[in-house]
Design a protein around this ligand. Structure first.
Ligand SMILES: Cc1ncc(C[n+]2csc(CCOP(=O)(O)OP(=O)(O)O)c2C)c(N)n1
Ligand SMILES: [Mg+2]
Length: 282
């Protein structure tokens, strides 16, 4: 837990660094997803630097919390955070999507076990997370399972099957974070496949649901930590802006495209300006 302003500022700077690394690696790769990863950078920063029990030097430590990224296409954000957290050198980020790299376009647990699960086939990661939560309970283990799902994944029947299992098996060790960025591959979610009223639907599955600004570092710290010891499965709907931090990446057309070298320069300039602003904050 935190509470000090200095810690919040440090995390804001860290999330800014994550976004800068993201832009550089995506431009270098020349293919991949931009809007989603930029949008979840604050959440993943708070997770890895404030919430998760983990050890980058001993990634498979038995007592670690598990984090499953069900929306696997957003993994570049996770790679950037993991590099900054010491799992591997930041220079490795340049290998994103290259043959032989551990940093594949979607998480590959075979080559990078710290990813916990190979995901990218939407609607599957949450099923694995529910299974891991059940296994931990059966084994009497105390670690928590955090799982991020996207709003697009709420179009999938398998997601709702997993959510339905949470109450049945009393998975109070499972914390679900919804990347509610209002976009999916081909448009705005409410135009493609309406999801509202999302909170009420999730509550009807007997889950405890909260909403938070997905870019509020203090809000995320509070809710993500508080979720650890509750009676029911916790769902935190994180209201995110896709492409957050880069003014021209904030709509669905940036779901699966990367900045050109020129666009990357502009993006890095914007992020650098934001960094200077954060530095001046009290
Ligand atoms: C089972 C499955 N169906 C289709 C896809 C192709 N696909 C990849 S991302 C995506 C959009 C999903 O929406 P969301 O995760 O909300 O996208 P974002 O907010 O990151 O743009 C789709 C349909 C997939 N990866 N898996
Ligand atoms: Mg989405």
């Amino acid at each position: 837990m935190f509470k000090k302003l200095e810690e919040v500022k440090e995390l804001k700077l860290k999330a800014n660094e994550v976004r800068q690394e993201l832009i550089k690696m995506l431009a270098e790769a020349g293919s991949g997803h931009t809007a989603g990863p930029l949008g979840i950078a604050d959440i993943l920063t708070v997770l890895y630097f404030n919430v998760l029990e983990h050890d980058s030097k001993n990634p498979l430590w038995e007592g670690r919390d598990r984090f499953i990224l069900s929306n696997g296409h957003c993994v570049p954000a996770r790679y950037a955070v993991m590099a900054l957290a010491g799992y591997f050198p930041t220079t490795e980020l340049k290998t994103l999507r290259k043959f032989g790299s551990r940093l594949q376009g979607h998480p590959d647990r075979i080559v990078l076990p710290a990813l916990e699960a190979s995901t990218g086939s939407l609607g599957q990661g949450i099923c694995m997370a529910a299974g891991m939560a059940l296994a931990a309970k059966l084994n009497g283990q105390m670690h928590k399972i955090y799982c991020m799902i996207s709003d697009g994944e709420l179009d999938e029947g398998s997601t709702w099957e997993a959510l339905n299992a949470c109450h049945r098996f009393k998975l109070n060790n499972l914390i679900i974070l919804v990347d509610r960025n209002n976009i999916q591959i081909s448009g705005r979610t409410e135009e493609v496949w309406p999801l509202e009223p999302m909170k009420e639907k999730l509550e009807a599955f007997n889950l405890q649901v909260y909403e938070v600004d997905g870019h509020s570092i203090p809000g995320l710290i509070h809710l993500l930590n508080r979720a650890r010891n509750r009676e029911k499965t916790q769902v935190i709907i994180c209201k995110n802006t896709p492409g957050k931090g880069v003014s021209f990446c904030q709509n669905y057309t940036w779901h699966g495209k990367t900045p050109t070298k020129e666009e990357a320069k502009l993006a890095l300039h914007e992020l650098e300006e934001e960094r200077k602003k954060i530095l001046k904050e009290n």
